[in-house]
Design a protein around this ligand. Structure first.
Ligand code: COA
Length: 324
């Protein structure tokens, strides 16, 4: 067998129907719509109803992606699901999704890199497809961050939300060049020295469930510099400039971070896919949600060069280039 490459053949997403506006949050904590919009760009977010699980959101997004790719669930032999809010400590939420989809062959597992989770999961799937052992993968980012938020903490509860996005990735014969469709490049990083900047203050090994804690200013500072260097690396390693990028689909944490990156790399703002105003930060789901929105409304077309990036707790961060 010749060299293999991974091609994304379809995307899908799912958002819980319940919309929570800034004005509604202002009734629960000491905040205002003006503050939230000015500091983050967020206007509203989706929150899953009680009893709805991460696997439910993930399954709907996966079904949507399968339909758009024209792939039957029975053809999928690999599911990689990125989440920091699994249904349970174990089994992996990916296996629940596998069962929901009626798949009884292949393998399914979770990847945990918080907001960089989708980037990590797509990289893992890409490598497994390139090895030739798997043919068609579902890569999903799905979160119910509303479950780990302290709804009394105004500095975090306005930022995070629920949702899911998914892509179908297929192994294709042939090495290809940067001009061909497929995943072209991935750059992953982590540095665990920063774990106290963004974390959940309990877990199975420590006991208890815990809440998300964040040093917002510090995270902001690191996000701008680390995402900046990951993008720089992606462009430099591929002999590209910002002008070569057709679509920039960043992790949707804060509009100010998105704008800073667009400015730094001279990216036309019309090339930046932005959903943070209506989705807020859905962690591992944010990139596939934004990607699917721009594919669905016809902005991202076959052959377009797409740059994605993320930073999450850990810290974990990175960048990726693919041609849609
Ligand atoms: N409404 C009103 N005021 C709020 C508030 C809210 N929801 N949250 C915090 N404040 C207050 C603070 O208490 C503080 O008041 P003080 O000056 O009286 O102490 C003031 O606003 C400024 O807080 P600060 O944290 O310095 O604001 P900021 O400009 O850094 O903005 C974030 C806060 C969280 C929006 C910003 O730091 C950020 O976006 N960080 C990165 C977050 C992120 O991307 N995380 C995910 C990465 S995956």
């Amino acid at each position: 067998m010749g060299k293999l490459r991974s091609i994304i053949t379809g995307s899908g997403s799912y958002l819980p129907p319940n919309i929570v506006t800034n004005a509604e949050l202002a009734k629960k904590v000491d905040t205002t719509d003006e503050w939230i919009v000015a500091r983050t760009g967020i206007k509203e977010r989706r929150i899953a109803d009680e009893g709805v699980l991460t696997s439910d959101l993930a399954t709907f997004a996966a079904q949507n992606a399968l339909k758009n790719a024209g792939v039957d669930a029975s053809e999928i032999d690999l599911i990689v699901l990125a989440t920091a809010t699994p249904n349970r400590t174990f089994p992996a939420t990916a296996t629940t999704v596998q069962a929901n989809l009626g798949i009884t062959t292949g393998c399914a597992f979770d990847v945990q890199a918080v907001c960089s989770g989708f980037l990590y999961a797509l990289t893992v799937a890409d490598n497994m497809l390139q090895c030739g052992n798997f043919k068609k993968a579902l890569v999903i980012g799905a979160e119910t961050f509303s479950r780990i938020i302290d709804w009394k903490d105004r500095s975090t509860c306005v930022l995070f939300a629920d949702g899911a996005g998914a892509v179908v990735v297929e192994a294709s014969e042939g090495e290809g060049t940067i001009a061909d469709r497929g995943i072209l490049y991935s750059h992953l990083r982590s540095d665990g020295r920063y774990e106290d900047k963004l974390y959940v203050d309990a877990g199975p090994s420590q006991g208890g469930d815990g809440y998300l804690k964040m040093q917002g200013k510090e995270v902001f500072r690191h996000a701008v510099s680390k995402i900046g260097s990951a993008i720089e690396q992606a462009l430099e390693d591929n002999g590209l400039t910002g002008e070569d990028i057709d679509w920039f689909v960043p992790h949707q944490a804060n509009k100010r971070i998105l704008d800073a990156m667009a400015r730094k790399f001279s990216l036309d703002t019309s090339k930046v896919v932005e959903t943070v105003h209506k989705h807020a930060n859905t962690s591992a789901a944010s990139i596939p949600l934004a990607l699917h929105e721009a594919v669905g409304d016809g902005r991202i077309k076959k052959g377009d060069l797409v740059l994605i990036e993320a930073l999450g707790g850990g810290f974990t961060w990175g960048s990726m280039l693919f041609r849609w």
